[in-house]
Write a protein that binds this ligand. Structure first.
Ligand SMILES: Nc1nc2c(ncn2[C@@H]2O[C@H](COP(=O)(O)OP(=O)(O)OP(=O)(O)O)[C@@H](O)[C@H]2O)c(=O)[nH]1
Ligand SMILES: [Mg+2]
Length: 260
């Protein structure tokens, strides 16, 4: 009987990249896996375990944990994994399974594992193509953008009302934004952080520079509240995923501005 977990991780990515394969390997649950897009429609949910060295070794004691398992000095921490349907470009506008997919993320996993086909053997909608013909960097950027645009939509759909509440009815901006995003498991501290980092905390909403400020704020909030780990998958497929990866990573590093 698996243990209960309070930590949730969403497994996300475009269709046919190996999300369910990863889920099945991590949870040992037999789910449908197939070489075409949209094999998964309803999310698969299960428990996997993160292995870390247990403190019982350092302390020289024998332990009996209730919320995890200790086996020979290794602690197995239960984590709830959610394997959702693949996301295609334009999902935030309803393409593919669109909002239905994004709504599964509302179950609020604070951490996302983005499974990427590093062999470049699937196009942007997950159809099989010649290995090496699709750039994985495009997928890395598109997924962040889809989640951001989905959140932008939540914020901007009745923007005038928010402006009236904050600028004229003098409701604290933090409360108003928190109301809008709390369903996604986002905290007031994260909202406050994003506002401060972009110097938007003192700027009246009516003066926000249209889409740029809104998108900039949401993008920062997404980075702070939904950290994404990239799982480079399909590394075994020839010709030379490593060369693709090296090229992609170099451009990724440049695009997020780590190096000049
Ligand atoms: N060669 C190779 N094939 C893989 C790997 N991981 C998954 N696959 C194959 O890729 C195909 C798609 O795998 P799935 O796990 O169903 O992919 P998915 O991302 O869940 O797909 P959707 O549910 O349609 O979004 C299957 O044929 C898998 O066997 C890998 O690391 N290497
Ligand atoms: Mg799947």
């Amino acid at each position: 009987m698996p243990l209960q977990s309070h930590v949730q991780i969403g497994i996300v990515g475009k269709p046919n990249v190996g999300k369910s394969t990863f889920f099945a390997a991590a949870t040992m649950i037999d789910v449908k896996i197939a070489p075409y897009p949209f094999t998964t429609i309803e999310p698969n949910v299960g428990i996997g375990y993160v292995r870390i060295p247990c403190v019982c070794r350092d302390l020289g004691v024998k332990d009996n944990p209730r919320n995890s398992i200790c086996i020979e000095g290794n602690r197995f921490i239960p984590v709830e994994l959610i394997d959702v349907a693949g996301l295609v470009p334009g999902a935030w506008q309803g393409r593919g399974l669109g909002n239905q997919f994004l709504d599964h993320l509302r179950r609020a996993p604070p951490v996302l594992i983005h499974v990427v086909d590093m062999a470049g053997a699937t196009d942007e909608e997950g159809r099989l193509v010649k290995p090496g013909s699709h750039d994985p960097l495009v997928d890395i950027e598109f997924l962040s953008n889809e989640v951001t645009m989905w959140m932008v939509q939540m914020l901007s759909k009745d923007w005038d009302k928010l402006v009236r509440l904050v600028d004229y009815a003098k409701k604290p901006i933090l409360d108003v934004l928190y109301d809008r995003f709390s369903g996604l498991g986002i905290t007031q501290a994260q909202i406050s952080d994003a506002l401060t980092k972009l110097s938007l905390d003192k700027k009246p909403l009516s003066k926000w520079g249209g889409d740029d400020d809104i998108k900039g704020f949401v993008s920062m909030l997404r980075e702070l509240s939904k950290p994404m780990v990239i799982a480079a998958n399909k590394m075994d497929i020839p010709p030379k995923p490593r060369i693709i990866i090296r090229g992609s990573l170099r451009r990724l590093v440049v695009s997020i501005g780590l190096f000049p």
